[in-house]
Design a protein around this ligand. Structure first.
Ligand SMILES: Cc1c2[nH]c(c1CCC(=O)O)Cc1[nH]c(c(CCC(=O)O)c1C)Cc1[nH]c(c(CCC(=O)O)c1C)Cc1[nH]c(c(C)c1CCC(=O)O)C2
Length: 339
């Protein structure tokens, strides 16, 4: 069996043209997603229904033939498994009950295995239904990013509530992040055993942390996840996406043990090349260039390809695709990369 393109890259090989997938590639920019979403009812009903979740995961593969498919779910299924009252309100994003310091000790992870069983069933279904050449990526949120939502109860522009919580209650914060790391490791191990080829850890809010907090809240918990996953599955391949980490990506790979680094669009390409000397990198087109289309899109793609396609590289956006992305621009992107 020939190895899948993306897996070759995660093993340090250079593949040309590079494999490409887009963060949030199943989503509201696709009419077929909006239709299935309508049928499923709520967003979480979609995540926990293997028929619907398999269908929406496959939609972007059928339409565009991406090299990788990412399990359809959400990072907030972990707090949902902890009974934090997670809901997705139209137009307002995710909401849940903000956690108090004294509740952290009483969080009970024992429901998670049963609660998340439908997501694992979706992974197994995808394994059967995906084309043989398509890599299946599992994922979880990094403990810090998940904690920011658990503490504030909703999204915020700079995660001030979680940062403040960390300064005022460092012990409780550490306890929360350790619990989330242990649950996330178990969850990733189950995804890999069910058929995911590799996994990505999304730390979308790593960038707001100061130096010490970055070490304690972004590095340490992800390192714990990586070591637990590797203890169970020694050759597991893991992508770390620490958005906004900037210069700190220089040591993120060694410090956490992830194989590949996801880069947001603010990471300079020359720095990306430096990072590539130690292994694979993934990224990093500004999602707004995809909306703009035309020359802005072509020039963005060309600059990235020129800088990074000579080494181990996975083409992606620097953050998730947004609902206003035109389908024709996604096609333009793929043609530009693949020729
Ligand atoms: C922070 C975060 C979340 N979820 C996720 C992150 C980390 C990555 C990032 O920073 O984008 C990760 C995520 N969310 C979703 C996926 C599915 C896989 C994929 O296609 O990439 C993945 C990997 C589906 C989703 N997750 C969500 C949607 C939109 C929900 C809908 O259909 O109404 C999708 C397709 C909802 C969600 N979920 C979350 C938010 C903030 C929102 C609302 C934002 C919005 O409305 O666009 C939390």
């Amino acid at each position: 069996m020939t190895e899948k393109k993306l897996m070759k890259v995660l093993n340090g090989e250079t593949v040309f043209p590079p494999p490409v997938w887009l963060m949030r590639q199943a989503g509201r920019y696709l009419p077929e997603y909006r239709e299935t979403r309508e049928q499923a009812g709520g967003f979480l009903d979609l995540c926990y229904n293997p028929d619907f979740a398999t269908e929406v995961t496959l939609q972007p593969i059928r339409r565009f033939g991406f090299d990788a498919s990412i399990l359809f779910s959400d990072i907030l299924v972990i707090p949902d498994a902890l009974d934090r009252g997670v809901s997705f309100v139209k137009g307002e994003g995710p909401q849940m009950t903000p956690i108090r310091v004294d509740e952290i000790e009483r969080l009970d992870p024992s429901r998670a295995e049963t609660h998340l069983a439908p997501v694992i069933a979706t992974v197994a279904r995808l394994r059967e239904e995906l084309p043989a050449e398509t890599t299946l990526i599992g994922f979880c949120g990094a403990p810090w990013t998940v904690a920011t939502y658990m503490i504030a109860g909703h999204g915020t522009p700079d995660q001030a509530p979680a940062r403040m919580f960390g300064y005022q209650h460092p012990q409780a914060m550490k306890q929360l992040l350790t619990l989330l790391a242990e649950m996330s490791a178990d969850y990733l191990i189950r995804q890999l055993r069910a058929g995911a080829d590799c996994v990505q850890i999304f730390d979308s809010w790593a960038g707001v942390l100061d130096e010490q907090s970055f070490r304690d809240y972004a590095i340490e918990p992800v390192k714990l996840i990586v070591s637990r996953v590797r203890a169970a599955i020694p050759d597991a391949r893991i992508i770390g996406f620490a958005k906004g980490a900037g210069y700190r990506l220089r040591t993120y790979r060694q410090d956490t043990g992830v194989d590949a680094l996801g880069m947001d669009w603010q990471v300079p390409l020359a720095f990306g090349r430096e990072l590539q000397k130690d292994g694979a990198v993934q990224g990093n087109l500004d999602p707004l260039r995809l909306i703009a289309g035309g020359r802005a899109l072509d020039e963005g793609v060309d600059a990235i390809m020129e800088a990074l396609s000579g080494g181990p590289f996975v083409f992606n956006l620097g953050h998730g695709i947004t609902p206003d992305a035109p389908i024709a621009h996604v096609e333009q992107l793929l043609t530009r990369i693949r020729g």
